[in-house]
Structures are given as C-alpha cells and as structure tokens.
Design a protein around this ligand. Structure first.
Ligand SMILES: [Zn+2]
Length: 407
C-alpha cells in the first residue's frame, strides 16, 4: 500500500471546490502544476491521453480560471505553441525559514512574482528569534509592495524541519522547531500559516527546471545549513517509512567527532554543513593561520556569507583555503559514493549554498567520488549543479499551499 506522508493535510486537489472529480482532469491539472509551464503536446506525451481529450480539458480548465496561458513559444518549425500554468485561488505569501536565512515572496493568482525579500542571519537559535525574523522580513516586504498589491492573508511556510507526526517536529539545524510554530507565527502576523516540509518545494522546483525530459530517478544532493540527499523516483518524491529518507547529513563519519544538531556525534553535517565550516574557519583563522581570508569579515558574517569568502580565496589558490576544502571534498565525495551505490540515480543535482554557484567544487567532489563508486570511472557519476532559485522554490511552496502535487 502506498505510504501517506503525514504532513499532507489541508486543501487538496480532489477536494478543491472548483475542480471536478473527473480523473483525467485532475491528472492534467496536476501534471501542469508539477511542470509549472507546459504545452498541450507535452501533456499528450506525459499523460498518454489523446490530443482531443487534452484540448477539451485545457479549454474547460481555462474557462473555469484554474489554469492560464502564459504567452506562446515558437518551436523549430515556426508554429507557436501555447504554454499553460496553474492558477491559485488567491494570491499567496511564501516563506522559506532556514537556519541562516529567511526568504519571502508574494505571488499573484497567476503565480507571477509581485515582490520578494531576503535576510541572512548568523544564527536563529530560538523559537522567538525564528518567529521575529520571519515577521521582520514579511513586514519589510509589505512596505515595498506596489500600492495596488496587498500582503496576502495566507502564508506558506517552508521550514528546514521534518514533522514526524501531529505533535513532533524535528530538525538538526533548527533544533527549537516545534509544531506550535504555525500558531505562534499566525498570532504574530495575523495571517493563516501552513507549514510545508522542506523536502517538497526544492525537489519539485528542480524537476520543473528540467525542461528536456524527466529522468527516472533524481537525487537532490544538498549541502547548506544541513546536508541531505532527497530523491524522486518514477516522478514521485520519496519520503521513507518515517518521513526520514535522505538524511545523508546524519551518516556518522566518526562517533567521537564533533556534536551534531541531531544530538549525536560525528555526523557528516557536523563536518561539512555551512555552520560547521563557518565555525572551523573562525577557529583556525582566529588562531593565526596565513590566509587571504580576513578574520574580522568571517567573524561578522553568517555561514552563508563566509562560504563566499572561502570560495573567493580558494579561486585565488590561497593555500589555506585549498587545504581547508580538501577534507570537505573527501567527505562529500565519500557520501556521494554511498548515494551512487545505494540508489544508482540517473541524475544527482548539487544544491545548497555550499555547492550552488561553485561548479569547480562540484567537479572536485565528482572526481573524488569515483574511488567510492562501484565500476567508476567507467561508470560516469551524473553529478551536476541544480538550477532552481529560491524564487522557484517559493513559487512551488505557494502552489503547495493550495494543491497537493504528489499524488
Ligand atoms: Zn546528525
């Protein structure tokens, strides 16, 4: 029997008052939402339904305001192709709450961006600090919105935490996260708040960016505040029996190693996660090693910003930065080898602020992973940079507030 992810609550596609119970219609609607923008020929090939059926359904969905056309795209033979995207019932505010960053965006009914704001933090170490940070960024965004745009009354909140059941939320990077966060934020902001699991939007956003084809298996290899390797197989996101699949960051490298946010010692995340790298930089540069990296800058920065200084120094061939990154590459390559041998994925996307925008680091890890991967180098490691931006992820979060996309 198919496992139900415990967080799938609230409005769902088949319960949506306007969408009929017609199965084919729901399949087409869900397919458009998953791909973000899609043409009728694409829908014919992705659903296997005849063209006339697709055309009829598209007309009905447009007439009822559930989808909209987003201009046309001219293909090779010169015939314009209309692309469709899902509409949401009301404008939505979407927020991503991570350990070191709060990002917020407002989307209109056509999922077009009306405004966005972002702020990074050295750390958000309490429920109060997290709630205050989200409120601050949302209030600032409200002021910057055009006069014709009101701040929506509903908030889709994606948080770097996993809800195990009704009463328990766990997170290694936001250890204070708890289920009443929803209520606390709702009170503070005067908005209806719905928490979405952090796995969903980033993975769907990456799949939306794969225009050419839909790989059978994808792993999103994320190295940011936390480290994870969430997967999508046969088009379906995989969560695991307890919603804890993909927690690659908590594979233990050394049981006597540094303390991890999960409470155990020596997890991969405690060595290679952004905050761990930031801490190591502070300790080592503070002790006086020779490097172009300025201690004061690191001391004043968030982990996210520190990685940029580290990257710049590494690009300048600073010997400290080179030595610093070597064990990081080794550890991440070893874990990528585990992913390769365990899952044998068609595509592995490098994501998270430690890896995104750093193609040479991705390459270093990919090359080193060969020694940890069965039958490499004859067997290529399909490790490449992810493409989805925070805006793409927030747009998916806003869509997921209204519709369930993983049926
Ligand atoms: Zn851990």
């Amino acid at each position: 029997m198919k496992k139900r992810f415990p967080v799938r609550e609230g409005p769902q596609i088949h319960k949506h008052s306007i969408l009929s119970k017609n199965f084919a219609e729901r399949v087409v609607f869900s397919s458009i939402a998953k791909q973000f923008e899609v043409s009728a020929p694409d829908l014919i090939s992705s659903t296997g339904m005849p063209g006339s059926t697709i055309a009829g359904i598209l007309n009905r969905l447009v007439r009822r305001g559930l989808i909209t056309t987003n201009g046309t795209e001219v293909r090779q033979r010169g015939r314009p192709t209309i692309r469709y995207r899902v509409r949401i019932p009301r404008p939505i505010c979407a927020c991503q709450l991570e350990a070191t960053q709060v990002s917020v965006a407002v989307f209109d009914r056509n999922l077009a961006l009306c405004g966005s704001d972002v702020e990074t933090f050295a750390t958000l170490n309490s429920l109060v600090a997290g709630v205050d940070a989200v409120a601050t960024v949302i209030r600032r965004l409200k002021k910057s919105l055009a006069h014709s745009t009101d701040l929506p009354k509903e908030l889709a909140l994606e948080i770097n935490a996993i809800r195990l059941d009704r009463d328990r939320m766990v997170s290694s990077v936001l250890p204070w996260a708890e289920v009443n966060l929803e209520e606390r934020l709702a009170q503070k902001l005067g908005m209806r708040v719905k928490v979405l699991p952090s796995v969903l939007s980033p993975l769907i956003a990456e799949k939306q960016k794969l225009r050419v084809r839909n790989p059978e298996s994808i792993i999103r290899f994320q190295v940011g505040d936390g480290i994870s390797a969430h997967g999508s197989f046969g088009g379906e996101n995989y969560y695991g029996h307890s919603s804890l699949a993909g927690q690659l960051g908590h594979v233990i490298v050394d049981p006597r190693g540094p303390l991890c946010g999960c409470g155990r010692r020596g997890c991969l995340e405690a060595y290679c996660g952004g905050p761990a790298l930031h801490k190591r930089l502070l300790e080592e540069i503070g002790s006086g090693v020779a490097t172009v990296i300025d201690y004061e800058k690191i001391a004043k920065s968030s982990p996210r910003a520190s990685i940029v200084f580290l990257w710049d120094a590494w690009k300048l061939r600073d010997s400290y930065a080179r030595d610093f990154m070597r064990p990081v590459f080794e550890h991440l390559a070893w874990s990528l080898g585990i992913v390769m041998d365990l899952v044998d994925p068609e595509l592995v996307l490098a994501c998270g602020y430690v890896l995104s925008d750093h193609p040479e680091w991705v390459e270093e890890i990919r090359n080193r992973a060969q020694q940890w991967t069965l039958y490499s180098p004859a067997r290529p490691i399909p490790f490449t940079l992810g493409q989805a931006s925070v805006e793409d992820q927030l747009r998916v979060a806003g869509t997921l507030y209204f519709y369930r996309l993983d049926d």
